[in-house]
Design a protein around this ligand. Structure first.
Ligand code: PRP
Ligand code: MN
Ligand code: MG
Length: 188
């Protein structure tokens, strides 16, 4: 933990703060989805930690599934061209679907996924995002449930990666610039 913590400029949210917020979101979602047997759809890989902690705080029957989505590289990210790398196992037809995401950045990933789920005839599609970075938005989409609104900084930890690293950092913080300076792809 210390080895990774030294790469942080600042800690924004400690593990305790994150878990307290998720407990609160879980109570809210328990009330919202009672009797609806929701299907929670986690977006690999960033959402794995959030999904894991969130469902433990939802005291109702539900199902979980995962989808992996990729844009065609960072240079074309703004084009909105995305594709499914690993599809859901469950049929979403008639289901109340809650998308579980670690962060909403440009919004392209969620706009695409929401459209896919609506076209597959989900009964409802809502979004729970642990972090929202509205300053980077390229398409108009807002999470229905949001843990924390974050500034326009490069944040890692609790699922959020830089070049696949730091996902296992329990806290979330701003990555030091010298860690990614000189890289062609500051965003993964
Ligand atoms: C990150 C993050 C969101 C998405 C948000 O995932 O976990 O899924 O980007 O960005 P957007 O709003 O601009 O689309 P990434 O594609 O890096 O994959 P990962 O979850 O495996 O890290
Ligand atoms: Mn992701
Ligand atoms: Mg990533």
């Amino acid at each position: 933990e210390k080895l990774m913590m030294k790469d942080l400029e600042t800690v924004l949210y400690t593990e305790e703060q994150i878990l307290a917020r998720i407990r609160n979101m879980g109570e809210q979602l328990t009330a919202e989805y009672r009797g609806k047997f929701p299907l929670l759809v986690g977006v690999l890989k960033g959402a794995v930690m959030f999904m894991s902690d969130l469902v433990k705080r939802m005291a109702i029957p539900l199902e979980i599934d995962f989808i992996a989505i990729s844009s065609y590289g960072t240079s074309t990210r703004s084009s909105g061209v995305v594709r499914i790398l690993k599809d859901l196992d469950q049929d979403v037809d008639g289901r109340h679907v809650l998308i579980v995401e670690d962060i909403v950045d440009t919004g392209l990933t969620l706009a695409y996924l929401r459209d896919v789920l609506v076209r597959r005839n989900a009964a409802s599609v809502k979004i729970a995002a642990l972090f929202d970075k509205p300053g980077r938005r390229q398409v108009p989409i807002e999470p229905d449930y949001c843990g924390f609104t974050v500034p326009n900084a490069f944040i890692v930890g609790y699922g959020l990666d830089y070049a696949e690293r730091y996902r296992n950092l329990p806290d979330v913080g701003i990555l030091k610039e010298n860690v990614y300076r000189g890289s062609d792809t500051p965003r993964t």
